[in-house]
Design a protein. Structure first.
Length: 133
């Protein structure tokens, strides 16, 4: 884990080290995607550009983390991460064509996702109910 700090030699303080160590809870380089998401967010808060870029490169976008990553990418201004997470979200809606403007509105996309999830759950319930008839 200390390898990361070599990326920010000029801007690092003991508070930064303690905070990031607390987030990672390890002496080794994090390997879990959620650790890199948290490190990206921490680096954004602490304005540690190189560490933020490093963590962004390590994040693997999945359907489970796409909305969170999109929100963080917008908040901490990382266009590459925003684009990757937006593409992952678009895969969840193959029938829809989203405007690029929506990539800067993760809350709207979250509402669409939640609505679709409710719709799919309702359809499943209806199918189960029809089986009993």
């Amino acid at each position: 884990f200390l390898y990361i700090f070599k990326l920010e030699k000029s801007n690092i303080s003991s508070n930064h080290i303690l905070f990031l160590y607390f987030l990672a809870k390890s002496d080794e380089l994090p390997s879990d995607d959620s650790d890199f998401v948290r490190i990206f967010a921490a680096a954004g808060i602490l304005k540690m550009k190189k560490l933020k870029e490093f963590a962004a490169e390590k994040i693997k976008i999945t359907p489970e983390n796409a909305f969170e990553v999109l929100q963080l990418a917008n908040k901490y201004e990382n266009d590459k991460l925003r684009e990757k997470s937006f593409k992952e979200i678009q895969k969840m809606f193959p029938e829809a064509k989203f405007s690029e403007k929506l990539s800067k509105e993760p809350e709207i996309l979250r509402k669409l996702f939640d609505a679709k999830k409710k719709q799919l759950e309702a359809m499943k319930e209806m199918e189960e109910a029809l089986k009993d008839i």
